[in-house]
Design a protein around this ligand. Structure first.
Ligand code: ADP
Ligand code: MG
Length: 374
């Protein structure tokens, strides 16, 4: 999977990938002692954030390299599986827009994954978190983040063998390096897709607000689930709004419900994040929103694939009729929304939407399955 000769102690570790696909992919095994020392004993001060499966800590190796260490909370079969999937998938991916593996530690009762530290943290922290007031994300950076993350997902879907579905595309899983180049992270939920398989049915994992309807309701997973989540991410990036907002009175509204009337009336300017103070390229805004609208269509087969998404975002397919796309908003059923209470697991208090880990939604009728029709 990698070379145990190269490690965090070499000059190469902090090297920023320079060209498409040219990434330093070397990793090694770390000792628990080494990671304990690097993170000041996993101290609270070093904590970068918390997810469903554990906490992430900033650290510095003895030779001065900055790392991010994900420490699994508990070792149970679910966590073991996530750890194994993440290490397995990370070892296979090589792309400048995917956060690769720097190493891991698997002791008797510890599971830790080591990554390069991303100094600009996650897209979430810029849109809705600790950096949101600084408005470092100007329009140019947002476009770069949109195209870069699309390229990372394109690689997973079309270039990696076997193909990989990420299943948890969201703002906190898009990390930003010192140049604000995006790196898609977190492969713990990823699915490797055997050749010739178009979709699979699985337990639902991921984050409500980003979940494609056919996946949230019937566990139907295919590349187009990631396309849907990416569409939500695009809307979030342009508008600065959260995927699910809690309105006064407790009613929850999805970003597609909010966006639909604006898109229908062609009021694209009014959708743009007010933090940009009108500084954006209007044609790019229209193109990006239209791509998002294509991605979040409720019928999976109508969504573009990631190759088309990348090309549309880069403007190569500018002639394609995208302006007339109508969003038919996704309205999650009440049962799902009740489970979507903000969770302490997400840390920082910056999220207003929770994580649905491995919920199973079986009660609803699946229109894809003729045998279900009674
Ligand atoms: N390599 C990294 N560099 C910097 N920050 C990171 C890195 N990996 C994760 N983080 C931060 O840690 C937080 C928690 O990560 P994670 O456990 O993946 O949970 P989630 O993605 O659900 O927030 C992320 O939101 C991100 O801000
Ligand atoms: Mg994450």
């Amino acid at each position: 999977m990698g070379s145990s000769m190269s490690c965090c102690g070499t000059e190469k570790v902090e090297e920023v990938p320079t060209s498409f696909g040219a990434v330093n992919n070397s990793w090694r095994i770390f000792s628990y002692k080494e990671l304990h020392a690097a993170t000041n004993g996993f101290s609270e001060d070093n904590k970068l954030g918390e997810g469903g499966f554990g906490s992430v800590y900033w650290g510095r190796t003895s030779d001065g390299f900055q790392i991010a260490v994900k420490k699994l909370k508990a070792i149970n079969s679910k966590a073991e599986m996530e750890f194994a999937v993440e290490v397995e998938v990370l070892g296979r991916v090589r792309h400048k827009n995917l956060l690769g593996l720097r190493g891991y530690c698997a002791g008797d009762d510890q599971r830790l994954i080591v990554y390069d530290y991303m100094p600009n943290l996650s897209l979430l922290s810029h849109l809705h978190g600790q950096f949101s007031l600084e408005v470092q994300l100007d329009w140019k950076r947002r476009i770069k983040i949109a195209i870069g993350s699309a390229q990372g997902i394109f690689y997973l879907h079309h270039e990696a063998t076997p193909h990989i579905i990420h299943r948890d595309i969201k703002a906190s899983n898009v990390l930003l390096n010192s140049d604000f180049e995006p790196l898609v992270a977190d492969f713990g939920f990823a699915k490797l897709i055997p050749d010739g398989v178009s979709h699979m049915t699985t337990r639902v994992k991921g984050t409500l607000g980003y979940l494609a309807p056919e996946y949230a309701m019937w566990g139907k997973v295919s590349e187009s689930c990631d396309v849907f989540s990416f569409g939500i991410l695009l809307l979030e990036l342009v508008t600065g709004r959260k995927p699910i907002e809690k309105l006064p009175g407790g009613v929850k509204r999805t970003i597609t419900q909010w966006a639909e009337p604006f898109i229908t009336k062609g009021k694209f300017r009014d959708m743009v994040d007010p933090k940009l103070r009108g500084n954006f390229d209007e044609n790019q805004v229209i193109q990006t929103i239209n791509v998002a609208a294509l991605c979040v269509q409720s019928e999976a087969e109508k969504r573009p694939n990631m190759k088309q998404v990348v090309n549309l975002l880069k403007g190569y397919e500018a002639d394609r009729e995208v302006t007339r796309t109508r969003i038919h908003s996704i309205v999650y059923n009440d049962e799902l929304l009740t489970q979507d209470e903000p969770s302490d697991d997400e840390g920082g208090g910056t999220n207003s939407y929770g994580v649905l880990n491995a919920i199973q939604v079986q009660k609803m009728h699946d229109p894809y399955k003729p045998s279900d029709i009674k």
